[in-house]
Design a protein around this ligand. Structure first.
Ligand code: GLN
Length: 191
């Protein structure tokens, strides 16, 4: 399958590597026209205010709001996919969740935690960098993983969102799950 990585900001190369390790073709997406070429899209982490500004500038907001492409957001990518952001307006409105930005406090700017992710694996290493958490899950969004009380992974149909950075470890199973379960299923449904 062909999987795009939105290449406006963030760890694009690392995501492309995980796509290739999963046995699929990764494409850096810089223009909305390229969305036609792909079966699924990864929205990387970075800084969500900057990411939104760049997405506005290059026309990705409208294009992705109208798109049916399966999407996987990590960290800032999760924030832009949410319907609701605490204190701000939601952006792409793909995941029916409320996210809270920078929610793990200053002292724990960055940390790692072992995660049990439903349907993926029980031993995923989560790298959290000024990470958001999912404060509320609504409608059909389901919780896949939490750290203590804080939800850090959700899925709603063809949309997957995580608070952490799976691309910063060698373990590509979360990306592989997105491609082989979510994108593959959405592709079959379209035929
Ligand atoms: N703190 C960033 C934000 O709120 C997200 C951090 C990240 O993507 N690693 O946009």
């Amino acid at each position: 399958m062909k999987i795009g990585v939105l290449a406006l900001q963030g760890a694009v190369r690392e995501h492309l590597k995980h796509i290739e390790l999963s046995g699929h073709e990764g494409i850096a997406i810089k223009h909305v026209e390229q969305l036609e070429e792909i079966d699924g899209l990864i929205l990387p982490g970075g800084e969500s205010t900057t990411l939104r500004r760049l997405m506005n500038l290059y026309g990705f907001k409208e294009a992705l709001q109208q798109s049916e492409l399966p999407m996987f957001g990590t960290c800032a990518g999760l924030i832009v996919m949410a319907k609701d952001i605490v204190g701000e307006e939601g952006y792409l409105n793909k995941l029916d969740i409320t996210v809270q930005r920078n929610s793990f406090g200053r002292q724990v700017d960055s940390f790692e935690s072992h995660l049990n992710i439903t349907g993926i694996a029980e031993d995923i290493e989560g790298v959290f960098i000024r990470a958001p958490h999912i404060a509320q899950v609504h409608g059909n969004a389901t919780i896949l993983s939490s750290v203590g009380e804080k939800i850090v992974a959700v899925q709603e149909g063809r949309y997957l969102g995580v608070s952490f950075h799976p691309e910063l470890t060698e373990d590509y199973r979360v990306t592989q799950y997105f491609i082989e379960h979510i994108v593959a299923k959405a592709t079959i449904e379209q035929v």
